[in-house]
Design a protein around this ligand. Structure first.
Ligand code: GLV
Ligand code: MN
Ligand code: MN
Length: 397
């Protein structure tokens, strides 16, 4: 059984053409956008051509199903608002190539999936969170994107054809780019994942008093931006004896109202996200965030409110699937691989509620991802594909 590297690379480029940004190899293909839905139609056709049965579930998760018990491979094909061409796409196209090769060669039964909204337009890995039962669809439907559009409205574009029972799958393997600097810096070709970190994500709102930027004396202002600034400044010090060098936190989105040069902003809504491999630390950080935000608001005579807290717990990869990937990595790279944790979130976290999961990484050039510059050397993309193929073979034999 032999995967076709040229066909795999050509398919990756075809998938990039849906929402290609024109800057580098970037893509703009957020969940449920026109390019995302067009890409999913194209993917569905590839699944049919590979002899798989296509099912689209109510979230818009796209499955290509083999008959009988099968291994599930895949990832997601939606992108960040400014995303790279490989994030998610690599795992979906590698899955497609391995599935059709297996089918043509009479190899192990392989099904494939492209989950919807992994990139969190509405939540955190929303499509797989709902499919796995981590998040009820009713609750998910209430979530809104930064423009105030609800998931319930956005997913009206999905042509639902059924539900997919997870019991038919024997395990899930997700191939992905690393999205960080570890493999590139160490000159390693493959990373076999040990664990995926946990995450918390919440929207915080400071409500002050909108007023005139020329006439309102500084000491009477209730400036919502100044509250965010004070909060952010104090946070690092408050975290200092709780976090480790691998803990991360990000304010990545902020909405100032009314966002005008001559108006003291009356309201600021911002995203607060933090990640760590230890659930207890994630909880300690949450307490610090809530306490500090309340203190900042009280000091300034302002109000603070918190949106729903979204999150995923850290998870360890399954020993048997991981061993298959390690054996395959050793054979394909002749020892040029390593074990590593994942600092990025993945659908595999949710799927681990339902079946054994494992992940394999290829390097990201200069460790850049969630940016148009994201890329990986072709030779590494193909090495990753071969590791996936060899692992599937060894599990099926
Ligand atoms: C997934 O894209 C993440 O934010 O880690
Ligand atoms: Mn991804
Ligand atoms: Mn991503």
């Amino acid at each position: 059984m032999l995967v076709n590297a040229e066909r795999f690379l050509a398919d990756l480029h075809t998938l990039r053409s849906f929402g290609a940004s024109g800057v580098g190899k970037g893509v703009v293909r957020p969940a449920y956008s026109q390019p995302d839905m067009a890409a999913r139609d194209w993917l569905a056709q590839q699944m049919l051509d590979a002899g798989l049965r296509v099912v689209v579930d109510p979230m818009g998760n796209l499955f290509g199903l083999a008959e009988g018990p099968s291994l599930l491979l895949g990832s997601h094909s939606d992108s960040q608002p400014e995303g790279g061409w490989l994030d998610g796409a690599l795992g979906v196209i590698a899955a497609l190539e391995v599935a059709r090769t297996c089918r043509a060669a009479g190899g192990p039964a392989v099904s494939i999936v492209s989950f919807q909204d992994e990139e969190g337009r509405f939540g955190v890995t929303t499509g797989s969170a709902v499919w796995s039962g981590h998040l009820a669809l009713k609750e998910a439907d209430l979530l809104c994107d930064h423009e105030g559009i609800s998931l319930a409205d956005a997913r009206r574009v999905v042509n639902v054809t059924g539900e997919v029972d997870a019991n038919q799958f024997t395990g899930f393997i997700e191939m992905h780019i690393e999205q960080g600097p570890v493999l590139d810096a160490a000159n390693k070709q493959i990373g076999v994942v040990s664990d995926i970190v946990g995450i918390r994500d919440v929207k915080i709102t400071f409500e002050g008093q909108q007023n005139h930027a020329g006439t309102t004396p500084m000491h009477v202002r209730k400036d919502a931006f100044q509250a965010v600034s004070a909060f952010n400044h104090a946070l690092e010090q408050r975290f200092s004896n709780v976090v480790t060098p691998s803990t991360v936190w990000t304010i990545g989105h902020i909405n100032l109202h009314p966002n005008a040069s001559s108006i003291v902003p009356g309201r600021a809504v911002f995203s607060m996200q933090w990640r760590d491999g230890d659930t207890h630390r994630l909880e300690q950080m949450e307490r610090i965030i809530r306490t500090l935000a309340n203190e900042v608001a009280d000091d300034r005579g302002m109000q603070v409110t918190f949106g729903p807290l979204l999150g995923l717990e850290p998870v360890a990869m399954d020993g048997k699937l991981r061993a298959a990937l390690e054996g395959a990595a050793e054979a394909v790279t002749l020892g040029n691989w390593r074990v590593m944790p994942s600092g990025a979130l993945h659908d595999a976290t949710n799927v681990s509620r339902l079946m054994p999961v494992a992940m394999v990484f290829v390097p990201s050039i200069n460790g850049i991802s969630h940016a148009f510059e994201e890329d990986t050397a072709e030779v590494d993309l193909v090495a990753g594909l071969k590791v996936l193929e060899a692992a599937v073979q060894s599990l099926g034999s």
